[in-house]
Design a protein around this ligand. Sequence first.
Ligand SMILES: [Ca+2]
Ligand SMILES: [Ca+2]
Ligand SMILES: [Ca+2]
Ligand SMILES: [Ca+2]
Length: 366
Amino acid sequence: MLCVGTVAFCSASASTIRISIGGSWHYQQPIAYYLLWTNASPIDAGSVSASPSPSSHPNLSWSSPVYYTEGYSPGTVVTLTAENQGTNVFAAWTGSVSSLSNQIHVTMNGNKSAIALFNNTGDFILQKTNGQLAVWFMQHTEQVAAAMLNNEVALGSNWRVAGTGDFDNNGSKDLLFRGLNGKAALWLMDGNHRIGSVAIRDGFALSSLWRLAAVGDFNSDNSPDLLWQNKTKGKLHIWYMNGTTYDSNATLAYTVGSSWRVVAVADLDGNNSSDIIFQHTTGKVAVWLMDGETRTGSIGLRDGLAPKPGWHVVGARDMDGDGHTDIVFQQDNGRLMVWFFEGTAFNRAELINKVSDPGWYLRALK
Ligand SMILES: [Ca+2]
Ligand SMILES: [Ca+2]
Ligand SMILES: [Ca+2]
Ligand SMILES: [Ca+2]
């Protein structure tokens, strides 16, 4: 039998195989080998090294832009290591093995592929109802890989992701959780690895009337602050943070009706001051433009047009790289949608990937 096709999917169980190297076909037998195909994406963003080297092609270069080999005996465990080049940043492995670590181990019990992803433009943080966390690696609106967070250990259903922000200023956005007990906690992250946790304000709890709504920087000191909403009185309350340490608090001078829920904080009008985005029980979305604690404007987004029933705002950030903040929605059935804006002016709506696993929800944008 002749094996025809890409190296990644070429069967090695026939008596003769052929593989493409540099565009020309090579015939090969022996067949007691499995194929391993790997590369970096984008192609020049990083390098991939393999240990052990491919046995039947020891001279194959693992530093060229595209890497492949047919040279591993069944059962061989191959260690693949991805390294950044220049200012590129490793994100994740995808393919036969999904991992957030730059080093993975691939057991050659079949033909395998492994792609090292670099330079994702942001992550989606998903949470299951049992507390388990996962990350989607996004390149703009496209999901390019997914992996579980925190070694799949479930947090329990008492803690829910409330937002993200770089609290310890290490360049990686951290995860903010709200507890059902009124407490707030942080996971400090290095990329998508948890490197520490903090009970904010030493575990001080507000009453259950207060909902930890979003993360924003309300005094423009580059330290993210916490925004709470009172479910009944319409008050908004800020915990100012100094890094991971609680500093002080303030209650805004404006109240909002209980049908309006704070759903995101982002700088929509680009004046470097965090604005507060609300969604009404009817679905319509509005923003308070802020200058620190001072409200400078109030706008019904998309002229107050509500999305179809069941769509809830998850968060806001620039999803297409045009410098303007956009708004991400999730429907009860897991579908995802982006409203793209230019400042506060609505531009267009697009459906993107769907969260299809039961019990999983998109909770925050990172
Ligand atoms: Ca951080
Ligand atoms: Ca701040
Ligand atoms: Ca603003
Ligand atoms: Ca945008």
